[in-house]
Design a protein around this ligand. Structure first.
Ligand code: FES
Length: 176
């Protein structure tokens, strides 16, 4: 069956479109909505987004394949992205990569035997002062990742719960 948006989702999309000068400008927000609903942006989902916005499928596909936040295929139920860029890599990211690979028994594609977890490396996630950083499903961040924190996150995901977004303490740089 071809993917479809519900009436409520269509209304939400129209709301989103009203915030942009053209329907084409809303493509990123609508792709994100589609990914949250369908899990990944398969060719039929890309066509649905294109038809809904009235723009060419090639344009939608170009956006979806350019940004790493969009998944054109999903290899595991929960996507874990571990930053291994310079700061995170040097401050425990490499060790955490090995820890997660072993703990979750991930294969060469980073997928666990039960298909629940899919680990991949991320480029800098913009939180270099709290390394290493783990991003979950593109919307939850875990800072200063340790094996203990990783164990907690994995337990939560196994229970079907997304961990909370951790807030980073903002240092007070003004003179005391
Ligand atoms: S290097 Fe990891 S968040 Fe920037």
């Amino acid at each position: 069956m071809e993917p479809q948006f519900s009436e409520a989702e269509q209304a939400r999309i129209e709301d989103i479109c009203r915030r942009y000068p053209t329907r084409q400008s809303a493509v990123m927000a609508v792709l994100w909505l589609a990914q949250e609903k369908f899990g990944a942006l398969s060719p039929p989902v890309l066509r649905l987004v294109a038809e809904t916005l009235g723009i060419p499928t090639s344009h939608v596909e170009g956006v979806a394949t350019f940004y790493t936040m969009y998944l054109t295929e999903r290899k595991g139920k929960y996507l874990l992205e571990l930053c291994t860029c310079f700061t995170c890599g040097e401050c425990g990211g490499r060790e955490m990569w090995d820890y997660l690979m072993q703990k979750l028994q991930l294969n060469d594609e980073g997928v666990s035997p039960d298909g629940l977890f899919w680990l991949r490396e991320a480029e800098c996630l913009g939180a270099c002062d709290t390394p290493p950083v783990l991003q979950i499903e593109g919307r939850r961040m875990v800072f200063n990742l340790t094996p203990e924190k990783a164990d907690q996150v994995i337990d939560m995901l196994r229970r079907g719960e997304l961990p909370p977004f951790e807030s980073v303490p903002v240092r007070n740089s003004s003179p005391q």
